[in-house]
Ligand binder design. Structure first.
Ligand code: COA
Ligand code: ZN
Length: 302
């Protein structure tokens, strides 16, 4: 259903976005996510089944998923452990995202485990989800650098992917958790990892923390990536990484590809309407740019 040749945009507003906000009412979450689905986005990371003590903002995960309009869309939940996987199965999500950091320090802060412990845990989750016919995607947090440990070479990312592919995992999101990546680095990392692992499915999860988000999306596209995460209005961030700010804005990424005549699924005007509605719900100016300026094809009275 998902591979129609278009660039695949996955909306992460419900998870990466709302985990970084003060409490957002469940009804507002549902209505925003349903509007994103109605705009034609075909993959949605809607929420997390994590410890409500770690991320209280998403403690309504079950209710949110219950009320989504699930037509022509794949619904994803982020989970940290088998307990989360069981909740995700009860809610009948289509896919789960699990997460492990390339950085030991960030992994400890995020999920209180060493990287190797996380890999073992992910293998258990994979067994359970696989036997229930669900896809498991691995988010590789801090792929392009860690706010605690700094930058590292692509070989370190290679090692983590290698251990996970040995357990059967084959879908990876290279995540720039705190916006440390630059376009040449994205290009270099993606090319090397595509060469090293020709059979794995790679996507990019980029944050615009230092204004390089769209440039990094384009660098990824040029290096062969066709699947990108983004959030409405550019909200989001990891609560366990200092200085984290929003994802690349979904409507800005969609607009860029559309301007370059690269086909995408969602309707741009509907995305902009949803982003403006989200801004009203959250009550502050969102970082997204096209939602302020309008489409570049919108003309003004001379
Ligand atoms: N869903 C709901 N509750 C969960 C849970 C899950 N998936 N996993 C654990 N819990 C609960 C436990 O029942 C326990 O509750 P209790 O104290 O009331 O008995 C509590 O959370 C702590 O569980 P424990 O197994 O001791 O784990 P921990 O304290 O070492 O925390 C994680 C580990 C992974 C559960 C926690 O750090 C977490 O949920 N992290 C999420 C990180 C995240 O979402 N980051 C942003 C995305 S990158
Ligand atoms: Zn993120």
């Amino acid at each position: 259903m998902l591979d129609n040749g278009n660039v695949l945009l996955t909306d992460v507003t419900g998870r990466d976005g709302f985990q970084m906000e003060d409490w957002v009412e469940t009804e507002d979450k549902i209505s925003i996510i349903n509007e994103i689905i109605a705009a034609g986005v075909r993959r949605i990371e809607a929420t997390s089944f994590v410890s409500p003590r770690a991320v209280p903002q998403l403690k309504d995960a079950k209710k949110v998923i219950e009320h989504l309009h699930r037509e022509n869309v794949s619904i994803i939940a982020l989970i940290p452990n088998v307990k989360g996987a069981e909740f995700a199965l009860e809610s009948n999500v289509d896919e789960v995202n699990v997460v492990v950091s390339v950085s030991e320090t960030h992994n400890k802060k995020n999920v209180n485990k060493t990287v190797d412990e996380s890999i073992t845990g992910i293998a258990d989750i994979y067994q359970l989800m696989e036997s229930n016919g669900k896809k498991v995607n691995v988010g590789l947090a801090t792929t392009f650098g860690c706010p605690f440990e700094g930058l590292y070479e692509v070989g370190r990312v290679h090692e983590v992917i290698k251990k996970l592919t040995a357990k059967g995992l084959d879908r990876f999101m290279l995540a720039d958790t705190t916006g440390m990546a630059n376009p040449l680095q994205v290009s270099r990392f993606v090319k090397r990892l595509k060469d090293d692992f020709p059979d794995v499915d790679l996507s990019l999860h980029l944050h615009n923390t230092r204004g390089m988000g769209l440039a990094n999306v384009l660098a990824g596209y040029d290096a062969g990536i066709r699947s990108f995460d983004a959030s409405l209005g550019g909200i989001g961030g990891c609560p366990f990484a200092p200085g984290a700010t929003g994802n690349v804005a979904l409507e800005d990424v969609a607009h860029m590809f559309d301007q370059m005549n690269i086909p995408i699924d969602p309707d741009l005007n509907k995305l902009l309407a949803a982003a403006r509605k989200l801004e009203k719900v959250l009550g502050y100016k969102l970082p997204g740019q096209v939602m302020k300026a309008g489409l570049s094809t919108d003309l003004h009275q001379a």
